[in-house]
Write a protein that binds this ligand. Structure first.
Ligand code: FMN
Length: 174
């Protein structure tokens, strides 16, 4: 199948996730095209796509505006195909954060009018080296609020790679 991955990343974890998912899909025999919605318009990017994987991180309770704008621009083309949305956040790393992580997606759907066929809440990462002082405070006191987690010198990755692989495989199997 022809798979298009529409994605955006801010500090790089969603970019890493997209790289792993693309390699998995290629290993399964699919053709994969990547479209970074922060770099280029979505015009024509979905031509010939059999299935679409969407991936974006949450910053301050929402997915990037340019990512949401791309979903709006391609809404009709997306609605005509099976889509899998990977919503990357830190709330998704904790059972008591899942409801809030789900809310981010519901708010995205309300703003864009797009309801992906399947959705996965993916735990992201803390990347301390990528943050300024303000961002460090948000991550510690908002995204990680209520959780005393040990962070290494550069941060910590919470992504569950084997769960993600299984969810992507199920989507690609249809
Ligand atoms: C400034 C900032 C704000 C964030 N806000 C949230 C948030 O509101 N909710 C949440 O669950 N995670 C939040 N996060 C965590 C990110 O979703 C997480 O670090 C993710 O892995 C980022 O993906 P990226 O590296 O692809 O940008 C925030 C991170 C930063 C740096």
């Amino acid at each position: 199948m022809d798979i298009v991955i529409l994605f955006e990343t801010v500090e790089g974890q969603t970019g890493k996730i997209v790289g792993v998912v693309a390699e998995q899909a290629r290993d399964l025999g699919h053709r994969v095209t990547l479209c970074d919605t922060a770099q280029k318009t979505v015009n024509g990017a979905l031509n010939g796509a059999d299935r679409v994987i969407l991936a974006a991180p949450v910053h301050e309770r929402r997915h990037p505006r340019s990512f949401e704008a791309a979903l709006v621009a391609a809404r009709a083309e997306l609605a005509a195909r099976p889509t899998l949305m990977l919503s990357v956040s830190l709330k998704a790393a904790f059972p008591d954060g899942l409801e809030e992580a789900r809310d981010y997606l519901i708010e995205m759907e309300m703003r864009t009018g797009l309801r992906p066929t399947q959705e996965v809440l993916v735990a992201g990462a803390v990347r301390l080296n990528a943050y300024d002082y303000y961002e460090r405070q948000i991550v510690r006191h908002v995204a990680l609020a209520g959780h005393e987690v040990a962070l290494g010198e550069s941060g910590r990755e919470f992504t569950d790679w084997s769960a993600l692989e299984a969810q992507v495989a199920a989507f690609l199997r249809g």
